[in-house]
Design a protein around this ligand. Structure first.
Ligand code: EPU
Length: 417
């Protein structure tokens, strides 16, 4: 199993280029199921989850071609299957994003229930509730969700909890439904808005993208389109945190600072110097890092996908800070690993209290999920001596060549086979 070895203590300098957003690309690849025409997506990050989604779509009969430079061509002329099998869904929960498009286009879908994962139980009841309201009959049997509908019809749907993929799934389904669908308490994440932009280019009629109320007027059919995926805001935030913890000064290019407001504001509060350009950031690490508390929230709040990286950073702040995780019930798996490197973190229910600064020392640590792995890499950059992060397939799911990008910034980091 591949590992990453980091020798800490080197400040970062230079320029890093941000890849396209994984969590925008995943639903956008699934949008190809809504039309028999060609969809061309640009700036798709070549990470493992994207390849997995390519396999899911190919299993349904779609033609999927990955070209160099992040371009993906998809055509779902006619589908040969409506089933997303357990073998694929278990490796990536986002496979559930085929559910809405399949029911809308084929009138039928069979998708394995994703089950629990490292960061929590993560049910899909809200996806199912919404599709039922739109007229689908849903049965859960043998670990699969089976949904059927002659033609979905527009409905008024109010989500109890903000759900990103739930909003995306239902928004895609609503594009081909009969009549208007209104989604309330919808996710406002930039990835949802970017999906709406793509669907609009395909001929969908969507209002309110980027707000908590979405109105979708169903159409008979959607056409092909070309679309460039937005930059990955979590990858961007991870490099800001990397510079802050390792020291030094870097330039982050091809990013979208507007999508990172809560993270930029919080890091400035801790003393990190951040200058914003239209699509770039210049980051300078402070001499003294101040503690600041965060509570994860749906967008535009502080993202849960940055909580682990932020915690690594706070181990180096002068004082105590709290991280409160409100989105997922089990997203502190990195705490025990950070502690093995010398961090002082106390967990109290959904809150972690970090007392800094504590010198970190390199250790062998284990990645448990994507963002937890990133936090261990960041801790490794600040630690004395050698850190070896095991199970880095988690990192490869969502970060495009993080080892190469950090090496380009001067970090002493290498991949061990
Ligand atoms: N929830 C329900 N019922 C549902 C759906 C969600 O109770 O039917 C709960 C979840 O259990 C969770 C909360 O609602 O407690 C929010 O979950 P959400 O559905 O928003 O999460 P998701 O759509 O499964 C996406 C991202 C995650 C990111 C979250 C929150 C993708 C493919 N995944 O997941 O990204 O953490 O939104 O922003 O977009 C990552 O990239 O590392 C990652 C985990």
């Amino acid at each position: 199993m591949e590992k990453i070895r980091i020798v800490g203590g080197r400040p970062l300098e230079g320029t890093v280029r941000i890849s396209g957003a994984k969590n925008a690309s995943l639903p956008e690849l699934c949008a190809a199921l809504l039309t028999d025409q060609q969809l061309t997506l640009g700036n798709v990050p070549e990470v493992r989850d994207i390849r997995t989604m390519g396999r899911v779509l190919a299993a349904l009969g779609a033609e999927v071609e990955f070209r160099v430079g992040g371009e993906v061509e998809l055509r779902a002329g006619s589908l040969t299957s409506v089933e997303a099998p357990y073998e694929l869904v278990k490796t990536m929960r986002a496979s559930v994003l085929v559910l809405g498009p399949l029911v809308a286009r084929e009138g039928r879908a069979r998708v394995s229930l994703p089950g629990g994962c490292a960061i929590g139980a993560r049910p899909i009841d809200l996806h199912l509730m919404a599709l039922e309201k739109m007229g689908a009959t849903i049965a859960v049997e043998h670990g699969y969700v089976e949904a059927r509908a002659e033609r979905l019809r527009g409905a008024e749907i109010s989500f109890d909890t903000v759900t990103v993929t739930g909003t995306e799934n239902v928004m895609m389904a609503a594009c081909l439904a009969d009549g208007q669908t209104v989604l309330r308490n919808a996710a406002c994440e930039p990835e949802v808005e970017d999906l709406a932009t793509l669907l609009g280019a395909m001929g969908a009629r969507i209002e309110g993208a980027g707000t908590s109320t979405l109105r979708v007027e169903g159409v008979e059919r959607l056409a092909g389109a070309s679309h460039r995926v937005i930059p990955d805001r979590i990858e961007t935030g991870t490099y800001v945190a990397a510079c802050a913890i390792a020291g030094g000064e870097i330039e982050i290019r091809h990013c979208q600072p507007n999508h990172l407001r809560a993270v930029i504001d919080k890091l400035r509060e801790t003393g990190v110097r951040i200058e914003e350009g239209p699509d770039n950031l210049r980051v300078r690490a402070p001499r003294v890092l101040r503690p600041a508390n965060v509570t994860t929230q749906p967008y535009p709040g502080f993202p849960t996908d940055m909580q682990a990286q932020y915690m690594a950073l706070m181990t180096q702040a002068e004082g105590a800070s709290t991280m409160t995780e409100t989105i997922f019930e089990n997203r502190f798996m990195h705490v025990a690993e950070l502690a093995r490197m010398g961090a002082s973190v106390r967990e109290n229910g959904r809150t972690a209290i970090v007392t800094g600064p504590t010198p970190l020392s390199g250790a062998q640590v284990m990645a448990t999920d994507l963002r937890a792995s990133a936090s261990l890499v960041l801790a490794g950059l600040a630690a004395s001596g050698e850190t070896v992060v095991d199970r880095i397939y988690h990192l490869d799911r969502g970060y495009y060549r993080i080892d190469e990008k950090l090496r380009g910034l001067g970090a002493d980091i290498e991949r061990l086979a």
